[in-house]
Design a protein around this ligand. Structure first.
Ligand SMILES: *[C@@H]1O[C@H](CO)[C@@H](O)[C@H](O)[C@H]1NC(C)=O
Ligand SMILES: *[C@@H]1O[C@H](CO)[C@@H](O)[C@H](O)[C@H]1NC(C)=O
Ligand SMILES: *[C@@H]1O[C@H](CO)[C@@H](O)[C@H](O)[C@H]1NC(C)=O
Ligand SMILES: *[C@@H]1O[C@H](CO)[C@@H](O)[C@H](O)[C@H]1NC(C)=O
Ligand SMILES: [Zn+2]
Length: 422
């Protein structure tokens, strides 16, 4: 009897003080901790510390939104860390910078016992059992591969398991949602034949294709071509906030057919189309996408460290529980929340690996982009001039061009003297 009374009083207390909701969220998130689709911590490590990991205590970095203590408090079990280099590096040293960002993340993920680099769904599941925060590497922007499938494959070897086809710049083979850079602004650039080869090679390798930042035309072309489900790692609903980085309903429906995933971006400008937002507006994006394509197509891709303004009460990696609480209050079921928190992502990653296994007999693609398409003066082409080749690529490379020019000049100088001599 007294026991019953205790339980009753406890429940009443919990109800009045509001603790029960928080406990419910905590229990749910302990069972289904978050896999977040996008965090730009590596960009901050570059900008603030020039990648000097020795100068940082990553448990407590009060100047930014991400550190290990707060990841743990926020029930973040896995994070796709973005390997991002500025578009300004395109046609310059994008590949070197990308390698350096992969390096700093790999160092970070082995330095701290709470982190673990994972490269498969099995490792991802195991990392949960080992109480680790799984680090996944995701290249943000196809300019990082400098139009080279060998570079793409080597990034895979280094642990990269996802790539966004573009950032805010077009590549020679795919189109960005943004027009702020002038790189490769061409007609019909949405997915060139080399772009199609990139998509196929990512399917073959088992790399998740990320369409955040790509133009809707590019996204549509990829959705028609990809054998594996794709993700938008950090994009929200265009119907709620008309920003080109968000996904319109018609494209969401394509995504559903592909069994892919949209991981909702929390950046205020993509939530409210203003600099300020609140958790309720974030939940509106979730409600809307659920209405259009169902909770089984939704995840969370915060974009912390990649953007500056975040909704009140959702401004660092410890705050995810507040969002989950809001969605539960809006009658999202615990099963739906478990899907959003991690099961949807695991399903997509599983499917990407399954396609890879199905394609195991396909040889690595030897597709190359034509020099006409890249027009990159930094490219040195070592192939010897050969009349048998369909196109003489050597003449386009800068050093070869210099050599050819020098030859021409010496010919021009020699010719008159030779004539004189004769
Ligand atoms: C984190 O570091 C800041 C100063 O950088 C300090 O004020 C704060 O107390 C630290 N917090 C924890 C939990 O250690
Ligand atoms: C672009 O594609 C459209 C339709 O696919 C075609 O009509 C048009 O001629 C193409 N333009 C160029 C420059 O290739
Ligand atoms: C969130 O922001 C919207 C738009 O500014 C406002 O209408 C709404 O009342 C806010 N909600 C809460 C719970 O503060
Ligand atoms: C949630 O469900 C309850 C009970 O069915 C209902 O009274 C309430 O209005 C619903 N809330 C929302 C936000 O849909
Ligand atoms: Zn981004």
């Amino acid at each position: 009897m007294s026991q019953l009374l205790c339980i009753f009083l406890y429940s009443l207390c919990a109800l009045i003080s509001g603790y029960s909701e928080e406990n419910r969220v905590r229990d749910l998130m302990s069972k289904y901790p978050l896999i977040d689709g996008h965090n730009d911590l590596a960009l901050q490590l570059r900008k603030l510390y020039d990648n000097h990991m020795s100068q940082i205590d990553l448990y407590n970095v009060s100047t930014i939104a991400t550190d290990i203590n707060r990841l743990l408090a926020g029930h973040v079990q896995a994070q796709m860390f973005s390997v991002y280099v500025m578009c300004g590096a395109q046609e310059k040293d994008a590949v070197r910078l990308t390698l350096e960002q992969i390096d700093v993340l790999r160092r970070m993920c082995s330095m701290y016992k709470d982190f673990e680099l994972v490269t498969s769904t099995q490792e991802l599941r195991d990392s949960f059992l080992k109480h680790k925060i799984a680090c996944m590497l995701s290249v943000e922007g196809g300019h990082s591969i400098d139009s080279s499938l060998p570079a793409l494959r080597m990034f895979y070897q280094l642990g990269v398991r996802s790539m966004a086809l573009t950032h805010t710049c077009n590549t020679p083979w795919a189109e960005s949602s943004s027009k702020i850079y002038r790189f490769y602004q061409r007609q019909n650039n949405s997915l060139t034949s080399f772009g199609k080869a990139v998509v196929k090679e990512m399917n073959r390798l088992g790399m998740i294709i990320d369409l955040s930042h790509s133009s809707w035309a590019t996204a549509t072309a990829v959705l028609h071509l990809s054998k594996a489900p794709v993700i938008f790692s950090h994009s929200s609903a265009y119907a709620v906030c008309e920003n080109d980085r968000n996904v319109p309903d018609w494209l969401l429906r394509h995504l559903k057919k592909n069994q892919g995933l949209i991981m909702v971006n929390l950046h205020s400008n993509f939530i409210s189309c203003k600099n300020e937002a609140n958790i309720s507006l974030v939940a509106d994006h979730f409600d809307h996408i659920k209405k259009v394509i169902g909770a089984e197509s939704i995840g969370i891709g915060s974009d912390f460290e990649g953007a500056v303004s975040f909704p009140e009460g959702l401004d660092d990696v410890s705050k995810y529980p507040a969002l989950i609480q809001e969605l539960l209050q809006r009658n999202w079921t615990e099963q739906e929340m478990a899907d959003v928190l991690r099961r949807n992502f695991l399903r997509v990653f599983d499917a990407v690996e399954k396609i890879r296994d199905e394609l195991v007999l396909e040889p690595p693609s030897e597709a190359q982009i034509s020099m006409e398409e890249v027009q990159n003066p930094c490219r040195l082409v070592l192939r010897p001039p050969s009349p048998g080749f369909p196109s003489d690529r050597v003449s386009h490379s800068s050093s070869a061009l210099h050599r050819a020019t020098a030859l021409l000049i010496s010919c021009a100088l020699l010719l008159p003297s030779t004539l004189n001599f004769l």
